[in-house]
Design a protein around this ligand. Structure first.
Ligand code: BG6
Length: 515
């Protein structure tokens, strides 16, 4: 044994190390240009997230924010637009001294996505900001625009000399989904983007990966000894991944028609959640190691056949959302009443690996469902033998562990317990961990985390081109099958989707959880 008084190896103060980990990560000099800055996403999420980062002291004082768009705005008009977006969407209080610092770095460049002269003006603006504000030539270009505009914007950034990083500055591109509408179009887009920006400078946003509870999947699995031994086909009967929304299409009919629930949510958010639940332990959480494990899972994942029995899709009709009567999809403004675009999608995937052989992963998402909830439920096998009289376990269901991604972030364990009394009756009970009760800190918004990570060049939470392509490869057969089938089933707003989705599980002796 070493004597603690004579041992000369360096003593590490565990408390000091813990402090170090908690030090905030602050972005260095640089700025961001947002394309599509007048869009819904920029107004509701991106601009408030930038303010929240500034307010938390995580952006440099010299940060610059440049909007690019067609509107004929002065710098002041754009600043006013940002201010309104911040006031209605920021998570943290609006403080005048923070706002003043931010507004000094706000600029607007007017132009179309294929306008040479406007991109030259953009280049001049950025060069001036590099001088006046000290952004040092470090720029992130956020493409919050439809994918058919990616080629012109990438080409223009390249032409205007704005894309290439040099030894002393960086240029990155941050890309919003949808990233293609199938494997082929995603490959084309990847080629276009990668012909201008090297893959290490491309940050594809999947905002679910920026959510605290999604990152908690890694903590839950790999920081504990309690759960991981059970995460496999020996113990798990099946896994349900649900992303349900109570909202309808609202003003997004134009974007959504022709895309639908599977492309909008399953291809990215739900398949990423599945990969995090199913993957092996990464060597560490660096981008290459984390992505390598996800890629292994995605390569091993296939839809279960026959698709007529293992998938379901639907469109909402009028109905009741709580006490509100809401209209059906076909009556939504801007939506083609003959469209076959689905607002509900469910599919069954399998992972061909030793760990998961025979365990179905049921994925479902929909608009205008019973309530807004995203969760991952691991449903366990029943014990091989129950030494109880039959009737006393009638109320005992399968054990389950439910990771509640949102709202009511937390983890729920459901298992059998003896009912107090003189007989050995067993019934399901809940054991519940809730973020809001266990922590005083508020979770940052996903976009705060991801914008900061992109500015800091930390790519772990961004899917690579290969992940995006593999996800399309998994989903394409389902989309092709649906395209041949015509109109989706229907479900009244406020319910849990079409009957065909319940039948999909019932056929296998299972049922969806009613969250
Ligand atoms: C987006 C989808 O990616 O996620 C939207 O395009 C959906 O259709 C949204 O409403 C939901 O995000 P969140 O974070 O509210 O669950």
């Amino acid at each position: 044994m070493t004597d603690p008084h004579t041992d000369t190896t360096e003593w590490k103060n565990p408390l000091r190390d813990r402090q170090d980990l908690r030090l905030p990560r602050i972005a260095g000099p640089g700025g961001m240009v947002i394309f599509g800055v007048t869009g819904d996403l920029a107004r509701r999420k991106l601009l408030p997230a930038i303010y929240d980062l500034a307010n938390r002291g995580l952006l440099p004082a010299s940060f610059a924010l440049v909007g690019y768009g067609r509107r004929d705005w002065t710098r002041e008009e754009f600043a006013e637009y940002v201010r309104q977006a911040v006031e209605s969407g920021a998570r943290t209080p609006v403080r005048e001294e923070v706002w003043q610092r931010l507004v000094d770095g706000i600029h607007f460049v007017q132009g179309a996505f294929d306008d040479d002269a406007a991109f030259d003006r953009l280049a001049d603006t950025l060069a001036q900001l590099d001088q006046s504000r000290g952004t040092a030539g470090n720029w992130a270009y956020y493409l919050s625009i439809p994918p058919d505009s990616f080629p012109s914007v990438c080409h223009q950034l390249d032409r205007a000399g704005l894309a290439e990083s040099s030894g002393d500055n960086w240029r990155r591109v941050v890309i919003e989904k949808p990233f293609g509408h199938d494997l082929e179009s995603a490959q084309e887009l990847n080629q276009i983007v990668n012909s201008v920006f090297p893959e290490k400078s491309v940050f594809r946003i999947d905002h679910y990966l920026g959510k605290e509870t999604v990152q908690n999947i890694l903590a839950l699995r790999f920081a504990n000894q309690l759960f991981e031994p059970l995460f496999n086909a020996n113990y798990i009967d099946h896994i349900q991944i649900t992303m349900a929304e109570d909202i309808g299409l609202g003003g997004r009919a134009g974007y959504y028609d022709g895309i639908g629930a599977a492309r909008d949510v399953i291809q990215n958010h739900l398949i990423q959640l599945m990969a995090l639940i199913a993957m092996e332990e990464p060597v560490d959480f660096s981008p290459e190691h984390l992505q390598a494990e996800k890629i292994k899972i995605l390569r091993a994942t296939k839809p279960v056949q026959p698709l007529s029995k293992t998938t379901a899709r639907g469109q909402y009709t009028e109905g009741w959302q709580g006490s509100h009567h809401v209209r059906g999809l076909r009556e939504e403004e801007g939506f083609d009443p003959n469209s076959t675009t689905e607002t509900y999608a469910a599919c069954t995937l399998k992972v061909n690996s030793r760990r998961w052989a025979g365990v179905p992963f049921y994925l479902r998402t929909g608009k205008r469902l019973g309530r807004r909830v995203t969760e991952i439920a691991l449903v366990f096998k029943t014990p091989p033998h129950l030494p109880f009289a039959n009737r006393t376990t009638e109320s005992l269901g399968a054990n389950s562990m439910v990771i509640r991604v949102q709202p009511d972030e937390g983890v729920l364990m459901r298992f059998g317990s003896k009912v107090p009394g003189s007989t050995m009756e067993v019934r399901d009970v809940n054991m519940d961990f809730s973020y809001s009760e266990s922590f005083t800190e508020q979770s940052p918004e996903a976009y705060e985390r991801l914008i900061l990570d992109a500015l800091l060049d930390q790519a772990s939470l961004f899917p690579t081109n290969e992940e995006v392509e593999l996800s399309w490869k998994i989903l394409d057969p389902v989309l092709e099958y649906w395209a041949r089938r015509g109109t989706p089933d229907q479900y009244p707003a406020g319910t849990w989707g079409p009957a065909s989705s319940d039948q999909m599980l019932a056929r296998e002796g299972r049922a969806w959880r009613r969250p």
